[in-house]
Ligand binder design. Sequence first.
Ligand code: ZN
Length: 132
Amino acid sequence: MSKRNFLVNALMKKCPRCQEGDLFIAPFNFSNPVHMPEHCPVCNQKFEPEPGFYYGSMFLSYIFSAFFFLGIIGLCLIVLKLSLNASMAILLLVAALTYFFFLRMSRSIWINLMVKYDPKAKDKKDVQSFGY
Ligand SMILES: [Zn+2]
């Protein structure tokens, strides 16, 4: 298997080291929306390499959602010529619907930024924190 771009891999929510294991446990659970296994089931990469590892992903989530919501409000106000109240109501609805998407995506992008791809990761079974 050849190396995918880290952004494509992050969008697919796959392990950054082997690009095969899933980052999140499959059935979505509202009580724990970012439920991740401790290690990658394929290459044993730790998915929380250190305590507080995902604090940085909050900044990514903020940046992505802020620009996305700015686009939504601009679309409602300028293109669709809706009132401010109607635009804000639509924005709140969109924000509620996309909350978990941005939460998971920012975590996925964050770990894909920090951990390098290793083509031989499947063969190694040692626990890796950052994949150096
Ligand atoms: Zn893996």
